[in-house]
Design a protein around this ligand. Sequence first.
Ligand SMILES: *Cc1c(COP(=O)(O)O)cnc(C)c1O
Length: 437
Amino acid sequence: MQKALVKARDQVVLNPDDLPGSWYNILADLPGDFPRPKDPDEGPSRLEFLSKVLLKHCLQQETSTDKWISIPGDVQDLYRQAGRPRPLYRARRLEKYLKTPARLYYKREDLSPTGSHKVNTALAQAYYAAEEGLVGVSTETGAGQWGTALAYATSLQGLKCVIFWVRSVYDWKPDRRALMRLYGGEVFASPSSETSVGRDLLQKNADQAGSLGIAVSEGLEYAERSPGYAYCLGSVLNHVLIHQSIIGLETMKQFDLIDEKPDIMIGCLGGGSNFGGFILPFAGEVVKGKRECRFLAAQSSSAPNLSKGEYRYDYGDHAEKTPLLKMFTLGHQTEMTPIKADGLRYHAAAPLISYLKHLGHVEAVAYPDDERDVFEAAKTFVQVEGFLPAPESAYAIRAAIDQALECKRRKLEKVIAFNVSGHGFLDLPAYREKLKF
Ligand SMILES: *Cc1c(COP(=O)(O)O)cnc(C)c1O
């Protein structure tokens, strides 16, 4: 194997050959009993239902306790074609601007073809869907990043993709809608009249803003009634976090190359897939006492699932079609104020992240839902580092800046690593509105 490159002094770049060959599954390393999904006492079996609509490969990974799950060669090729491994940058200009003694690093998931880390699981899921001989897949999307990633990945496999998109976001992102359709995706504003769940909600309130929980219910119903279709999820479930571990595995190699160890790792968190993907390989070592590192999830006070939620069994969707999952949750039918970083507006955090929080390994901070501080942080980042983050990623940047300023007050030379989960080129209307341009 060729040696990886450390290009310039501020970028750690891996060769295509250094792409990890397996995903990491933290279930193998977790202490105690990780709470499994279960059925409610009454009604039909949700576990059986889910096993009918999910992809077989994903279902199997969902309960796997194998520490390493090998990435199919074709998926590795797709990852490389999509630009993996992705670089880790030192934020030297940001450090200077903040006058902090901390060293800041960020992982560039914004370099993805559709704009976010979601392609890491979309490429795997679409590949498995083709392997399983399906016609197409259905799904939900919040910010629109997951819908775009899946439309892209299914298009490469020649499969159909049906997307239920939270209406409040569908309405203000016509360009992202166009991109999904350009990839051949069929897109509906959710709640929609395509499903009985959607029709019921529209009858009660024709102006329903929608939610991820509702869109999940619609996507599930669509897959259930459409032969040759499976339902794909973009966050929350174990198999999604397993696929996303590619982010953290690369990051770990990159830190090893430069002999640095992060003291704190930060990501934004809606359902937990980019945060999980970034931290889980490191957290696996922390739970075994082999490494010290803090993990901080940045969220919105519109959906403070980790910060304010209760750790209990709850449904993953509005219509109670999913099994009960043990999560930090605000309640599956809670109404949450729409925000510009709508990808963070989900009622619960992934069971794996919730369990780590419960064990005391994950911290969370929630920023006010006017989002002013967050967009100001994004503006600083654009002006000193030059890259336009997705509004969701701006939460991680806000938290990283806050940590760097804390280091300045306390004169600490900590290493702070944060994940830039996506770019914001299709979110400029949000920037215009929030920063009054
Ligand atoms: C979907 C999304 C998020 C939030 O989802 P997680 O599963 O919590 O990662 C964050 N950032 C971007 C760019 C997204 O597309």
